[in-house]
Design a protein around this ligand. Structure first.
Ligand code: FAD
Length: 289
């Protein structure tokens, strides 16, 4: 398949990229790694008249740590750069664990975190991980910069809160609470496929070993990445014993809205959510100091 004809622009600053988007509006699309957009163009599901290539835009491709331990990931940072960053592995192992499940190495060499989040596929791993990590999105537009929590960024399948003339500039990930344990698990038919169900878990224990904080977020579990705050709240104050985790995993099944696919019915996805949540919470509890 071949894409419809398009013009290609390669601005070198965020301002120039935004100006091009303002001029061309809906007829233009930003292109990051091209790993979702180009297949869509080849199938002619997307037919932008202009591609605004972000790969030469200065300042979008860096990883920067703040003294408080938070990480700013430029929208054009490629998965591969994140995977190979020793500090990410040390401080945010949840990202690494989930990235290993995203597509294949070739795709991770080109694909970017920003492109992935803007694509907003509810089956995608990183949106759920960003929800669990309580990341915030730095959005740039003609009117300036606005910051959106991950929970407000994803509006529906392939739909984000970005206005037509805005772009995602960076993702800001706060530090994990000290001693937190995390885990990401998913089930896919083949390695590298989108998951039939996936779950990210974050747990923190207090000094007595009881659960002080819990977070759960699922992919392939609804129209957006889905948090399960009710299930997570059930864990707080417990000893994170097997029965506590089983009760929370069961409760999480009622908080998601799986839509089904050719591979799995909504009922099967719900079953998977319970099984995977119990396993991920058990792992995260073991890893929590
Ligand atoms: C065979 C195959 C298997 C895959 N498997 C998985 C998988 O298991 N899990 C998974 O999560 N993904 C999977 N993917 C998708 C992959 O992760 C893509 O890299 C990702 O979805 C999009 O990132 P990208 O950088 O390639 O973005 P692009 O394809 O370049 O762009 C995606 C969309 O985001 C917009 N966009 C990009 N950057 C910005 C920005 N900064 N601001 C505003 N809009 C922007 C574009 O206009 C476009 O609409 C797979 C892809 C392939 C081809």
């Amino acid at each position: 398949m071949k894409p419809a004809p398009f013009d290609w622009q390669a601005p070198e600053t965020v301002e120039a990229a935004l100006a091009l988007k303002s001029v061309h509006g809906d007829g233009a699309r930003f292109i990051a790694g091209g790993q979702s957009l180009v297949p869509a163009m080849n199938f002619r599901v997307a037919q932008p008249g202009v591609l605004i290539d972000l790969s030469r835009v200065a300042g979008l491709d860096s990883l920067a740590w703040s003294p408080d331990g938070s990480l700013r990931i430029g929208a054009m940072v490629r998965y591969r750069a994140i995977e190979r960053d020793a500090e990410v592995a040390r401080h945010l192992p949840l990202i690494l664990e989930a990235l290993a499940e995203v597509a294949h190495p070739q795709i991770r060499t080109r694909g970017t975190l920003g492109g992935n989040l803007c694509h907003a596929d509810p089956a995608s791993e990183m949106p759920a991980v960003m929800l669990a990590l309580q990341a915030r999105m730095e959005v740039r537009g003609p009117g300036g910069t606005r910051i959106l929590p991950a929970a407000d960024f994803f509006l529906g399948p392939l739909t984000t809160a970005l206005a037509e003339d805005e772009m995602l500039a960076a993702i800001m990930v706060p530090p994990l609470p000290a001693g937190a344990g995390t885990a990401f698990l998913e089930l896919a038919r083949r390695r590298g496929d989108y998951a039939m169900m996936g779950v990210a878990a974050v747990l923190r224990r207090d000094g007595a070993g009881r659960c002080a904080e819990a977070r759960l977020a699922f992919c392939s579990a609804g129209p957006t990445p889905m948090a399960a705050p009710g299930a997570a709240a059930l864990l707080v104050g417990t000893a994170l014993a097997a029965a506590d985790i089983a009760a929370a995993a069961e409760a999480a099944k009622a908080e998601i809205e799986p839509m089904g696919s050719v591979q799995a019915s909504p009922a099967y996805q719900r079953h998977l959510a319970g099984v995977l949540a119990a396993r991920a919470l058990t792992l995260a509890a073991e890893r929590a100091a």
